[in-house]
Write a protein that binds this ligand. Structure first.
Ligand SMILES: *[C@@H]1O[C@H](CO)[C@@H](O)[C@H](O)[C@H]1NC(C)=O
Ligand SMILES: *[C@@H]1O[C@H](CO)[C@@H](O)[C@H](O)[C@H]1NC(C)=O
Length: 203
């Protein structure tokens, strides 16, 4: 009986461990050096402008620190100013729950050097302030290391993206208003004209 209870609890604990499993950001080593082409404060237009990225292993770390790295994912991440009052972009230490970096830019097999990628900012990227972060994953697809274009407090080297929808929506609204106005005035003109002919017929 006691052994059955023990077995069940063991199973339960290992299940929980499996679910809650997942790296925390604070546990990752910052061994990747990441650069992105935008200058601090630069404005990029979604759907038009592109970013050139590079990433490499920081050779100040002992050789083979990266022996477990298998793939790298480079992501576009919200700077704190674009996370304010937006729970759906909140930073969490548990990387399964973290919503800082929602736009995957590219995934590649890990290589310690000569990595680069040019990415056109996708049209679905919302207006905001961003930086770029790269995560290294091991063969179990868990994050094991990272690098980013900004400092730890995420205040330097940030850039802006201006969403394409923002620009087009205002244009669309203007043209809808304009056509509505045109229809209404045409209709009004007809009514006026009709009344005038009626009046002149009565005379
Ligand atoms: C490489 O890592 C060392 C030690 O953490 C750090 O001092 C240095 O700034 C890093 N180099 C780059 C280019 O980020
Ligand atoms: C860019 O990446 C290519 C392979 O995709 C590589 O051959 C080239 O050396 C890289 N260039 C730099 C400057 O890292």
């Amino acid at each position: 009986m006691a052994s059955a209870v023990l077995l069940v609890s063991l199973l339960l604990i290992s299940c929980l461990a499996a679910i809650c499993h997942g790296a925390t950001f604070s546990s990752l080593q910052k061994t990747l050096v990441v650069t992105a082409s935008p200058k601090n404060g630069q404005d990029l237009k979604a759907g038009e402008d592109s970013i050139t990225l590079t990433w490499s292993f920081n050779t100040s770390f002992p050789a083979r620190t990266d022996s477990a790295y298998r793939t790298v994912q480079v992501k576009l991440c919200y700077a704190p100013i674009s996370q304010q009052d937006r729970a759906w972009r909140k930073t969490e230490d548990n990387l399964v729950k973290d919503k800082t970096c929602q736009h995957k830019i590219v995934e590649k097999p890990y290589g310690p050097s000569n990595n680069n990628f040019t990415w056109t900012v996708q049209r679905d990227v919302p207006t905001g302030t961003y930086f770029v972060r790269a995560y290294a994953y091991n063969s179990e697809e868990e994050e094991v290391a990272y690098g980013q274009t900004t400092d730890t407090r995420k205040t330097t080297n940030l850039f802006q993206v201006e969403a394409i929808s923002g620009r087009h929506v205002s244009l669309d609204i203007a043209s809808i208003c304009f056509s509505a106005f045109a229809v209404v005035s045409l209709f009004g003109f007809f009514l006026l004209e009709k009344r005038r002919t009626n009046n002149s017929q009565k005379k």
